[in-house]
Ligand binder design. Structure first.
Ligand SMILES: Cc1ncc(C[n+]2csc(CCOP(=O)(O)OP(=O)(O)O)c2C)c(N)n1
Length: 584
């Protein structure tokens, strides 16, 4: 099948010419013109009948747009998420109608809850067949409405430039999120008079960048200046707002200790003296306990997720709460604020820094250090320096840190290894920790690591994955093979669905119900895809094996056998207050 598209050069010429000049192009070509105008360089996708006209147009754009053929649409969308997270821009996905579109749903939900900007294009059956249960017809608009920031169905090609401009604007602006544009096949094929592309900068009734209310900043500064035990919690909003420097300036001027949610990890270097660690269920001891002792809690770009707050009616009840967020629906959603600061933290943080007095809270920071010492002794030291011959997950991550100097991007899957990686990874730069935070999607890491590497080709990307999660999307080894992307895969194999097993051990009386998981020979599997690898099960081999993985010029799979019942602590048991955190 071939569509009558004009060459990309002609379309570009039309774009550059006077507004009246037009050129006839197809809807499919208009999609790709929009991508070029929006600075897209990489598309993750999988073709099929209903998106064939767009793929036919793509044939002519191969020198301008890189298309990565994934092995499953879920892999495609997670790869786009990884790309968005390391590049700081939106990720772009193509999928066909029906099963192609429904295979995107997990990734959309993941991107929605983790605020990842995506533009997904799905093919749809011809407009005249809509509603007839045509082959591979599915109502993707209704299916994806709760998991997209915006979605829209295009049935006429003339709409494409303006709709895509809106899609990119919505995906990128304010609190980023996934947008899905469903395009019927007739609209992809349709030729129309293309008059060039105009970026969208405004949508009526959508306010991604609110006008900051100065009086709230003044109230916030007053509370901060009077506080004896202030505490900052930061989330991914700092990274998404590209406000790392502004954030750092704020905590350094105020001298306030700062703890991160797993989505905020790497916004502040791990070794910063005011970085006191991780919040939440498997977070650090001090930050959890002291949440219930601080007098002013300043939340920056985080959403008080239940994994962070534990039991809400016992959460920071003593504290005055200042919440800086770009999304007004997050303010007062879970935690009642004393002072709401609605705005982009890249703008609000410097304004706040200008209003606060320079301070040090040495004694208060020392309280965090005291807790850290207790945690080190009872929890961290045994994990990182085990006497047992069996390897722990913590020591693997510690050795990985040493060998990468904290400069690698670490992409984690979901489970114990994820919590261990987040707890022990050391980061020197932002956008280094890529994980599925809100949805907790097993199978995320392998494809996300592929996208992460395309988004930051100059950086080392290591996917840290459990033996369970790896088996959810291992078909993406095929994408690695074909694209040649240099992703390092580190499987921490405890022969269990470890996190569920840990809960069964602690809360279900060791009734291990269907958590024992068998695995294939991962090294042979990788070899079948042309990927080098090794498997080790002893401490003596750990450093050299990690070295070999990192030094290998291309992709590499290293399986490390770790303790079957190696647990992650501390832990705030579900339904408990953060102050009830257990060290064992
Ligand atoms: C798609 C999906 N299904 C089920 C779960 C529930 N779940 C959370 S962690 C976990 C176990 C993960 O096991 P593994 O990948 O081996 O990692 P480990 O916890 O052992 O490090 C499961 C089943 C999930 N998070 N995602």
């Amino acid at each position: 099948m071939s569509t009558t598209t004009v060459a990309p050069e002609k379309a570009a010429a039309a774009a550059a010419a006077s507004p009246q000049a037009t050129v006839r192009i197809s809807g499919g070509a208009a999609v790709l013109e929009a991508f070029l105008a929006e600075g897209v360089s990489t598309i993750f996708g999988y073709p099929g009948g209903a998106i064939m006209p767009i793929y036919d147009s793509l044939y002519d754009y191969q020198d301008k747009l890189k298309h990565i053929l994934v092995r499953h649409e879920q892999g495609g969308i997670h790869a786009a998420q990884g790309y968005a997270r390391t590049s700081g821009d939106v990720g772009v996905v193509f999928a066909t109608s029906g099963p192609g579109a429904t295979n995107l749903v997990t990734g959309l939900a993941d991107a929605m809850i983790d605020s990842t900007g995506l533009v997904c294009i799905t093919g749809q059956v011809f407009a005249h067949l809509l509603g007839t249960d045509a082959f591979q017809e599915t109502d993707v608009i209704n299916i994806t409405t709760p998991v997209t920031k915006w979605n829209y169905q295009v049935t006429d090609a003339t709409e494409i430039p303006a709709v895509l401009a809106k899609a990119f604007y919505i995906a990128r602006s304010g609190r980023p999120g996934p947008v899905l544009i469903d395009i019927t096949k007739n609209a992809q094929l349709q030729l129309f008079d293309y008059a060039g592309y105009e970026k969208c900068t405004h949508i009526r009734s959508y306010r991604p960048a609110p006008i900051v209310r100065k009086e709230y900043l003044e109230q916030a500064a007053e509370l901060i200046n009077a506080a004896q035990k202030p505490f900052v919690l930061f989330g991914q909003g700092v990274i998404l707002g590209k406000a790392e420097e502004q954030f750092r300036a704020f905590i350094e001027k105020t001298g306030i200790p700062a703890a991160w949610t797993i989505m905020g990890l790497s916004a502040l270097p791990s070794d910063h003296p005011l970085n006191v660690g991780m919040l939440g269920m498997h977070g650090n001891y001090g930050p959890n306990v002291l949440t219930n002792e601080c007098d002013v809690l300043i939340a920056v770009g985080m959403r008080f997720d239940d994994r962070v707050t534990g039991r809400l009616d016992k959460y920071a009840k003593q504290a005055k709460i200042i919440h800086l967020d770009i999304d007004p629906s997050e303010i007062d959603k879970n935690v009642q604020t004393t002072v709401p600061v609605w705005g982009d933290c890249k703008e609000t943080l410097p304004m706040l820094t200008g209003l606060v007095t320079q301070k040090e809270h040495t004694g208060w920071v020392e309280v965090f250090r005291d807790y850290a010492r207790k945690e080190l002794e009872q929890c961290i030291h045994p994990e990182l320096n085990p006497t047992d011959p069996v390897l722990t997950m913590g020591e693997v991550i510690k050795t990985l840190n040493e060998l990468t100097n904290g400069d690698a991007v670490i992409v984690t899957d979901v489970g114990q290894h994820q919590m261990v990686a987040c707890r022990y990874a050391q980061f020197t730069q932002s956008k280094s920790n890529i994980t599925s935070g809100g949805l907790g999607t097993m199978g995320f890491a392998l494809p996300a690591a592929i996208g992460a590497k395309f988004g930051a080709p100059e950086r080392t990307v290591v996917a840290v994955i459990g033996d369970g999660g790896f088996q959810m999307t291992l078909q993406e080894l095929g994408t690695i093979m074909q694209s040649g992307v240099a992703v390092k895969i580190l499987i921490l194999n405890n022969q269990f669905l470890g996190m569920v097993r840990q809960w069964q051990q602690l809360f279900n009386d060791r009734r291990y119900s269907f958590v024992d998981i068998a695995s294939p020979n991962f090294v042979q599997l990788a070899a079948a895809y042309g990927i080098s690898g090794a498997s080790i099960n002893s401490r003596d081999l750990l450093k050299n094996a990690l070295h070999a993985m990192l030094d290998h010029p291309g992709s590499y799979l290293l399986e490390v056998m770790v303790g079957k019942e190696n647990n992650v602590f501390p832990m705030v048991p579900q339904g408990c207050s953060v102050a009830e955190i257990r060290l064992k």
